[in-house]
Design a binder for this molecule. Structure first.
Ligand SMILES: [Zn+2]
Length: 548
């Protein structure tokens, strides 16, 4: 396939994944910068986010992500992007890095806020990636501007999760604002917060294009603030005085953890943290200067520290809002050894809405908890009982989208991303409603050039993706001594095989890729193959090419 020339002055943007007809996630974007001052041929480029797509399990994949072929290079090779910029620490924005490195690719220097960087390192440690493969990390502060690939890139705080940042990318030719995931909620406890004055100033200085999160754009309800959620949680805990209360959240919902901490404190309960990912994420945050204990006004206790306290004087926060089998609630619902105890007087609060990919699993978990006698308050039941919402999407709803476009007032284009076709269409409609022209691309691959004379699509290159299949026939233990990995060295790490897929998720080549971390690699007929992407022929005659 002929490559699309990016040789005229301007900023070029291409969504490599994230605009998927078949679901949300795997966000990955390419930006090329050709400055007018640069002589012909000089251009720089970088990537924004490299995440995994979830909900692929029905096809047997634990994760899907944009193919690194033609994008990243191998150690010792020249070329490749100058940087990988991360907007925040959710898996659908950085979760592919743990796969790219074992596949033998070199990750360029990573620019990220401190918490995001710490979460990336934790992800690599959890995956057992050898430390000498970890990328160089350059910590970016809120409001900081750095020179990358010929552009000035500023990191702008957004409301989504700790460390969430938008990117303001400006060259002498054009400027683009890449929102990352965002919403507007001035009551999120773990700052810094999105500042409308900063966004307005960016718009007033002249902005050409906004690349913006579409996930919750179709939601017309008024946004719910975290302060309202904290109040509802406080009342639920109050109404369950004298009973053990366990709350289930996602491991990454640290703002919600603070709200639960405040609810515990207001009801004179100690806050106890349980569940591996939640405990680890809270520790990463606390070590990185995100002071959860100060925000909650109460210390985070381990179950051991709270062992002497009566069960009705603690609020246990654990994982399992999506009913994951190994989560705190998942294990408790099955009464597994070492799991949290569920007694007939226990109240379980699930501070997360049901969502389609896990709805059945959530319902089954609730039924198991109830079968063991627990009273379960789901987000839906909390609303029905008059407490109000105990969950809110972390993404911009209709009102937030309109506010963003009103503040930024891009001259040329809004390019909705991060969503399925309906979500992207809804986001585009909102941009038009406040007078912003729209380029609604509901699939990946189009290359848009933004230049002083306008913005337009200059070509479309449907990108491939990689499907990661977790192997059940091989088990890999980390070596006994893995200094600095910061994890239990005896914990088995999953091993994957990788298929090449097209942009619709159909298989192009099965198991065409294998990891380079050899210890547990199964024997292959061609044992001499270098630890890099193998080029295989398929029945259809397509073959791998690293020179796209
Ligand atoms: Zn996110």
């Amino acid at each position: 396939m002929a490559s699309i020339e990016r040789d005229q002055p301007g900023i070029y943007w291409q969504s490599l994944m994230g605009n998927n007809g078949d679901g949300i996630g795997g966000n990955c974007h390419r930006y090329d910068v050709v400055t007018g001052a640069r002589p012909d041929g000089q251009h720089g480029w970088f990537l924004v986010d490299y995440g995994v797509k979830f909900g692929a399990g029905r096809k047997g994949y634990a994760a899907e992500f944009a193919s690194p072929e033609g994008l990243l290079v191998h150690p010792g090779e020249g070329g490749g992007p100058e940087a990988l910029l991360l907007t925040h620490a959710h898996e659908d924005h950085l979760g592919a890095v743990r796969h790219l490195l074992p596949l033998g690719y070199r990750c360029p220097p990573v620019y990220a806020r401190a918490f995001t960087a710490a979460m990336l390192n934790k992800s690599l440690a959890d995956a057992g990636v050898e430390k000498n493969r970890w990328p160089e990390i350059r910590i970016a502060r809120t409001g900081e501007t750095v020179e990358i690939a010929g552009a000035r890139v500023s990191f702008v705080a957004m409301d989504h999760m700790p460390g969430a940042t938008a990117l303001h990318i400006a060259s002498d030719q054009a400027s683009v604002f890449h929102t990352g995931d965002y919403r507007f909620d001035a009551t999120l406890p773990l700052g810094p917060r999105a500042d409308p004055a900063v966004l307005r100033a960016i718009g007033q200085a002249g902005l050409d294009m906004v690349v913006s999160d579409s996930t919750a754009a179709p939601v017309t309800d008024a946004p719910v603030t975290e302060a309202e959620i904290a109040h509802a949680l406080e009342r639920i805990v109050a109404d369950n005085a004298g009973r053990p209360v366990i709350a289930g959240i996602l491991g990454s919902q640290l703002d919600r953890l603070v709200s639960l901490g405040r609810a515990a404190k207001a009801n004179d309960r100690a806050l106890v943290l349980s569940g591996r990912s939640l405990v680890a994420n809270a520790a990463v945050a606390q070590a990185g200067g995100i002071d959860i204990e100060a925000a909650a006004g109460t210390p985070l206790l381990t179950p051991r520290q709270a062992a002497e306290l009566p069960a009705e004087k603690v609020l246990v926060v654990t994982t399992g809002a999506f009913a994951q089998p190994n989560s705190g609630l998942g294990r408790a619902s099955r009464n597994q050894p070492g799991a949290l105890s569920i007694t007939p007087d226990t109240t379980v609060v699930i501070a997360q809405r049901e969502i389609p990919p896990v709805r059945e699993a959530q319902a089954a978990m609730v039924a198991r908890l109830e079968a063991r006698g627990a009273t379960v308050v789901t987000a839906e039941r909390a609303v029905a009982a008059g407490y109000g919402p105990i969950h809110q999407s972390g993404h911009a709803v209709e009102r937030d989208c309109r506010l963003l476009y009103t503040l930024l007032r891009p001259r040329m284009l809004a390019a909705p991303v991060h969503g399925n076709a309906a979500q992207i269409t809804a986001n585009g409609r909102l941009a038009r409603s406040v007078g912003v022209p729209v380029l609604a691309l509901d699939r990946n691959g189009a290359v848009v050039r933004v230049a002083p004379d306008g913005a337009r699509v200059i070509g479309v290159q449907p990108p491939e993706r990689i499907g990661a299949r977790e192997r059940t026939d091989v088990v890999r233990q980390l070596p006994k001594a893995s200094p600095g990995q910061g994890r239990d060295s005896h914990f088995p790490v999953p091993v994957f095989s990788y298929d090449r897929l097209d942009d619709a998720g159909a298989v192009v080549l099965r198991s065409g890729l294998e990891t380079a971390q050899g210890a547990t690699r199964p024997k292959r007929p061609d044992a001499s193959a270098a630890p890099r992407v193998a080029v295989h022929h398929t029945a259809a005659g397509r073959e791998g090419s690293r020179s796209r």
